[in-house]
Design a protein around this ligand. Structure first.
Ligand code: GUN
Ligand code: ZN
Length: 445
């Protein structure tokens, strides 16, 4: 089988630093060695004590001063919006109608979907993202295109067709609840557990789904083990008001989903910017997770998510970070950390680098219920990892020199100044799938 060994600064999280003291949550080896065989990690620890245990047939790469950590997990994005990212001037509802829906209609054509799916997966890997939860279009072929592209690259991706049967252009809507159910069942059979793929049942949001469609989504979600449920909640004030009109009996936005059996372990809600403390307590109680999407929330002027409220120690909610392309403005999870810090700062809650990188790795893996397989560098875990370059740009290199090797300072500089340029290499299941400098010199041997 394939054998890969990499040497550098090893970093990962064993636990949630929002809940335990950071020194307990962090695993760090200044001069570490990571060994993987057949896609799984077999050793992670000090280089000195294991250097002689690396078999001579292993592909060995030394990344001096680089940080090797689990691949980033993007807990909410739309591959179908890759083409209209950076579209000007509207808030959520108008932005959907003017930009997002017209673009998604193009995914009826499989060739178009294939082209974007390949671009999208390559872009994830170039940014150090090895797993993601992705919304596709209504059309089943848009799901085929994405899983074909991610399976070809060996990635652990979760995705599904969006369910929507009202309040959008007719060409984009499901023909009926029954037809949407049939299509979803077929996609689950085809893709759930195919390679590393996970199927997610995705009622787009309460505005685009009738009550019947929401019930159908709940039934589909519970039809097989390990399926995820993914939707949007409480992103924008106009959206919330509209949901109140559409579901006058419900006790707020989250309660619409609760009444339809859509809360529980494996449910992931994107945004949740305006959730009340009571709704956050419900998320905790129902073990439902949130995808915090800072660049999208700023770009659409939706509001400022409160990490402090979500992560209250007495009733913490699982939170991951989401790029939410194309409302989000970057594919980079480092860029998400940068904006998440600023949003938290505006809420008088400066989040340290340890917490930011936790959200981007193990926090994301927990959000997607993949934390027993990815998100740590421990023996038995799947070998999805990245190599970050703290000297990627002149300013970053200068800042890194001033931090004199203090790892937390270095991580904070990477989170604030980093983007795709800081990702030197990406490995999926122990295989090198992105190598930033390949045109120049290849990885240093
Ligand atoms: N709510 C429903 N659909 C969408 C979408 O495509 N993007 C965002 N940001 N919010 C949504
Ligand atoms: Zn979204």
């Amino acid at each position: 089988g394939s054998l890969t060994a990499v040497r550098g600064r090893l970093l990962w999280f064993g636990d949630d630093p929002f809940l335990t003291c950071p020194s307990k949550a962090v695993h760090y080896y200044e001069d570490g060695l990571l060994v993987c065989e057949d896609g799984k990690i077999t050793y992670a620890g000090p280089y000195e004590s294991a250097r002689n245990a690396v078999p001579p047939r292993a592909t060995f790469v030394h990344y001096p001063n680089h940080i090797i950590m689990p691949g980033f997990v993007d807990t909410h994005t739309h591959y179908t919006q890759t083409g209209m990212i950076a579209s000007y001037g509207e808030e959520l509802i108008e932005w959907l109608e003017k930009y997002a829906y017209p673009e998604e209609m193009k995914f009826r054509k499989k060739e178009y979907a294939d082209k974007v799916a390949n671009l999208f997966c390559d872009e994830l890997l170039r940014n150090g993202t090895t797993s993601a939860l992705v919304m596709c279009a209504t059309y089943p072929q848009s799901v085929d295109a994405l899983f074909e592209a991610s399976n070809r690259r060996g990635m652990r991706l979760a995705a599904g067709k969006v369910l929507m049967d009202r309040n959008a252009p007719k060409e984009l809507l499901d023909e009926s609840v029954e037809e949407a159910k049939r299509q979803t069942e077929k996609l689950i059979d085809k893709w759930h557990g195919n390679g590393r793929s996970v199927y997610a049942v995705i009622p787009r949001f309460a505005i685009s789904c009738t009550s019947e469609m929401l019930y159908a989504a709940s039934e589909l979600w519970k039809s097989r083990r390990g399926l995820l449920m993914h939707t949007h909640v409480s992103e924008n004030p106009d959206e919330i008001a509209k949901v109140r009109c559409l579901f006058p009996d419900a006790d707020g936005y989250l309660d619409v989903y609760k009444r339809h059996g859509l809360l529980g372990k494996g449910a992931i809600f994107a945004h949740g910017v305006h959730l009340t403390l009571k709704e956050l307590a419900t998320c905790h109680k129902k073990q439902s997770a949130l995808a915090h999407c800072p660049t999208a929330n700023l770009f659409l002027g939706s509001g400022l998510f409160s990490l402090r409220d979500a992560k209250r120690r007495a009733r913490p909610v699982e939170v991951g970070l989401g790029t939410d392309v194309g409302a989000g403005t970057s594919f980079s999870v480092l860029a998400l950390m940068n904006e998440a810090y600023k949003i938290a700062a505006l809420k008088d809650y400066p989040v340290d680098a340890v917490r930011l990188f936790y959200l981007a790795t193990l926090g994301g893996a927990r959000t997607l219920r993949m934390h027993k397989k990815i998100g740590k560098l421990e023996p038995g875990y799947e070998a999805d990892f990245i190599v970050l370059d703290p000297e990627a740009t002149p300013v970053l290199a200068n800042r890194t020199r001033k931090s004199e090797g203090r790892i937390e300072e270095l991580l904070f500089a990477l989170a604030t100044l980093g983007d795709d340029r800081a990702v030197e290499a990406t490995y999926v299941a122990g295989r090198l799938v992105h190598n930033r400098d390949k045109k120049k010199s290849g990885p240093r041997q």
